[in-house]
Ligand binder design. Structure first.
Ligand SMILES: Nc1ncnc2c1ncn2[C@@H]1O[C@H](COP(=O)(O)OP(=O)(O)O)[C@@H](O)[C@H]1O
Ligand SMILES: [Mg+2]
Length: 364
């Protein structure tokens, strides 16, 4: 059943709430054609935010959105940009095709049926083209548009470009971004290590975008929205927020389950029941993940899940029968797989639901 609390899909316009500061930040960037890097852990709301921000732009701005999570090659990257350009044009099919045909020199466009929505869309045809030709066509195309119209290009899961080995996509992008006027680039991403290495000192994209970390939704905003749909007290909202550790997806998931039982008052017990249900529903997939770990990594995960800080204390090492060095390399492996993350001297699991699942495992 649908509820006003989206948690596994994009929120509809009327279901999106909060984020007023971030929205005005994005609007400002688009207005002044400056670039942004929006980053956070997964599931905090980056994609929802940018989709909403772009949808709110007036017609004088052409908005492109490319999710490059799935790319495995440079050609895939160029294709994603071209797809974004093709679907950014609102208007009837015929005039859009005409416009794109005049804009793109080598890429052909043809009508196609979107397998998800079953609606007509426009597909760039690139079969015979090289990566360089595709990218050049895209960049020239948006530059032509930018002479008359503001453009915003959002690239989601941007850290994926670091996984493409045969060409430095970041260096290529830099050379184009530097020449552009009237174009705002908005990069969004989550894998901290990959992303920061792309924008660190002496990397091509260093200082090419203002960094914005997306914080959790704030309590007042959650309360304002939740109380429109649920009979819930501030104290209970705080309870949900603490359990979710500020993670938007888990927070929304709990509120969604509470909404399904909205004829009953929200109590600490009903919140805990909702959380139990969510954790139970993930049990199979978390077991499969756990199964892929070595014994030492399993131990490391349990220790961090419960302990967070001072994980190398002698008493903990003793309790778990593990040597400090062994624990260290297991933790490093988990950090590398992004199952763990670190904030100063505190370790945590970026997937809050997994963290709660691990906390419930037997200690040894
Ligand atoms: N401002 C918001 N209002 C309503 N729902 C939101 C909001 N931000 C995020 N969500 C919900 O939380 C979930 C996770 O957000 P998402 O944008 O996918 O996170 P990210 O891109 O950072 O991984 C989404 O399914 C979405 O429904
Ligand atoms: Mg996302």
């Amino acid at each position: 059943m649908q509820s006003p609390f989206a948690h596994d899909r994009l929120p509809r316009v009327e279901e999106f709430y909060g984020r007023s500061r971030e929205l005005s930040r994005i609007n400002q960037a688009i207005h002044h054609s400056t670039n942004l890097l929006i980053h956070s852990k997964r599931r905090m709301g980056k994609s929802a935010l940018i989709r909403h921000a772009l949808a709110q732009q007036a017609n004088d701005t052409l908005c492109l959105y490319a999710d490059i999570f799935h790319i495995t090659s440079k050609e895939g990257f160029a294709q994603a940009l071209l797809d974004a350009l093709a679907s950014a044009h609102k208007g009837d099919l015929k005039s859009t095709i005409k416009k794109l045909t005049s804009l793109l020199k080598r890429v052909r466009v043809e009508p196609a049926i979107d397998p998800h929505t079953l609606e007509y869309t426009i597909r760039p045809v690139v079969a015979t083209l090289s990566f360089e030709e595709m990218l050049a066509d895209f960049m020239a195309g948006i530059e032509t548009i930018a002479q008359q119209q503001r453009i915003a290009v959002a690239i989601d899961e941007f850290q994926q470009i670091a996984t493409i080995g045969d060409v430095r996509l970041d260096a290529l992008l830099r050379s184009h971004i530097q020449q552009h006027h009237n174009i705002t680039w908005i990069f969004l991403g989550s894998k901290r290590h990959l992303l920061t290495s792309l924008f660190e000192y002496s990397a091509p994209l260093y200082e090419m975008a203002t960094h914005v970390e997306l914080p959790p939704l704030c309590l007042d905003e959650i309360e304002a929205y939740a109380t429109r749909h649920l009979n819930i007290e501030r104290a209970q909202i705080e309870h949900v927020y603490t359990l979710a550790d500020g993670e938007t997806k888990l927070l929304q998931n709990i509120l969604h389950l509470l909404y399904l039982e909205r004829e009953h008052p929200v109590t600490p017990e009903s919140i805990d029941r909702a959380l139990d249900e969510i954790i139970a529903s993930k049990d199979t997939s978390y077991r499969m993940l756990f199964d892929t770990l070595s014994q030492n990594q399993k131990t490391a995960l349990k220790i961090v899940g419960k302990q967070k800080r001072a994980v190398y204390n002698a008493s903990i090492l003793q309790e778990h029968h593990i040597k400090k060095q062994t624990l260290q390399s297991a933790i490093d492996a988990l950090l590398g797989r992004e199952i763990l993350d670190r904030d100063g001297d505190r370790y945590f699991l970026p997937d809050r639901t997994l963290e709660l699942w691990v906390e419930r495992l037997s200690p040894v």
